[in-house]
Design a protein around this ligand. Structure first.
Ligand code: NIG
Ligand code: FE
Length: 418
């Protein structure tokens, strides 16, 4: 099938197949008066109408997408989400609005463990249906590829059920999904009685859950919540090494509330990313820069938890780190599927430019997921995953906030939204 996207006000895209680090993050190519011609799911041509006519003729049979007054950007890539959960934590938001902190709510029996109870009680199909409806909302907001983590099962059967629900929910869905095993998200209630119980849970993760998830091909990445009061650096190292031994690529929830040296562990292991980083130390930043570990910023969490502090995005960029932005879509600390909303937080709370934000929701997260050769930019040879913004230029994406800026989504060369 042929698709011609024409009369565009602007195309805005990072270029290349590798992460944009430091000052490269803002190097976005913005060109007016270009067309994009897609064939067999890929971008075959980007250039002027004149050049297109010379090379391909009038294309009378191609489907046409009219870009008048609009901006074309790469399909968004959400590289950090927790999609397969059941239940709701609305009441926790009410408690936070009344002044309670996330940690206080967790200590009182809420938090991750309340979602674990609801998720364990749900069937695989119920979870898959939740994944589908969340993917639908992501797609409506421009996301064409997403990562999804387990982590609300915390036992062999429940973690595998979540991973199978990711696969089942993604099967046949337009959005491509990459799965992550996050069995070390929290210590479940039944393993909290003693140090020996806790040790047995870590054994279960390393010796049973990780090999089972890997041998069934249910996950590409492994992840751990390395944080004071959750898993220590030593425990996290053990869990991630078990993942590496079984062919899973490590990532970390790192230094979200306090600096526990998790960014340094990410560097030591050559992790694909360290995520959150609100409390990351200078040493952690330097280690990440030296080992080229991507920093994934999740500003929806600071926003939703009503915190003053946001991750030091500008210091990370200054140190030469590659940055991505993601929703962290989850029921407790960031209940949104919208990457445009995360872009507004990137601009207004992290101090990023709109060009930096664009790279951070397209090429860089694509590279984080190992997909930089295939997606993440509007370039000949890449898959035709594209978003047409209802905006006359890229900057308008920041300027017009609180609306859905997506006029159309193209996935694999087909118009799937709009
Ligand atoms: O990424 N930080 C840990 N995990 C999630 C929150 C999960 C929850 O509260 O349910 C996060 O923010
Ligand atoms: Fe998370």
């Amino acid at each position: 099938m042929d698709l011609l996207i024409h009369r565009l006000a602007e195309i805005a895209t990072p270029l290349g197949t590798t992460p944009r680090r430091g000052s490269e993050l803002k190097e976005v190519c913005r060109s007016p008066g270009r067309e994009v011609f897609c064939r067999d799911g890929k971008i075959l041509f980007v250039g002027s109408a004149e050049d297109r006519r010379q090379r391909f003729g009038e294309l009378p049979h191609a489907t046409r997408l009219d870009g008048t007054g609009k901006t074309l950007v790469p399909g968004f890539v959400d590289c950090h989400t927790h999609l397969p959960w059941a239940g709701s934590r609305e009441h926790e938001l009410a408690a936070r609005l009344a002044g309670k902190s996330y940690q206080e709510i967790a200590a009182a029996g809420g938090g991750i463990l309340s979602t674990v109870a609801a998720t364990r009680a749900a069937s695989e199909e119920e979870l898959a249906e939740n994944v589908r409806s969340r993917l639908d909302r992501m797609l409506a907001h421009g996301t064409t590829t997403a990562e999804a983590k387990s982590g609300y099962g915390l036992s062999l059967p429940a973690e595998l059920k979540q991973l199978r629900a990711i696969r089942r929910g993604a099967d046949g869905h337009v959005v491509d999904v990459v799965a992550t095993l996050l069995a070390a998200h929290e210590v479940p209630a039944e393993r909290r009685g003693s140090a020996a119980e806790r040790a047995r849970f870590l054994d279960e993760i390393c010796q049973e859950i990780t090999p089972a998830a890997a041998s069934e091909g249910l996950a590409t990445f492994c992840d751990v919540f390395c944080e004071e009061g959750v898993f220590t650096v030593e425990e996290s190292r053990r869990v991630l090494r078990a993942g590496i031994d079984h062919g899973l690529v490590p990532r970390l929830h790192a230094d979200e509330f306090v600096d526990s040296g998790a960014a340094g562990l990410a560097a030591e292991l050559g992790a694909a990313s360290a995520d959150h980083l609100v409390a990351v130390s200078e040493a952690g930043i330097e280690a990440m820069a030296a080992r080229e570990v991507m920093a994934v910023m999740l500003p929806g969490v600071s926003f939703f938890l009503r915190k003053e502090g946001y991750a030091p995005a500008r210091r990370l960029i200054g140190a030469g780190v590659a940055l991505a932005l993601a929703t962290d879509c989850n029921p407790g600390s960031s209940h949104t599927e919208s990457l445009p909303f995360i872009v507004w937080l990137g601009v207004f709370k992290l101090g990023l430019t709109i060009e930096e934000c664009l790279t951070a929701i397209t090429l860089n997260p694509a590279c984080c997921l190992g997909l930089g050769e295939e997606i993440g930019s509007v370039e000949e040879g890449k898959r035709a995953d594209l978003v047409l913004l209802d905006a006359p230029n890229l900057f308008n994406l920041a300027y017009h906030f609180g609306v859905n800026p997506v006029a159309a989504v193209v996935k694999g060369g087909e118009v799937v939204v709009g």
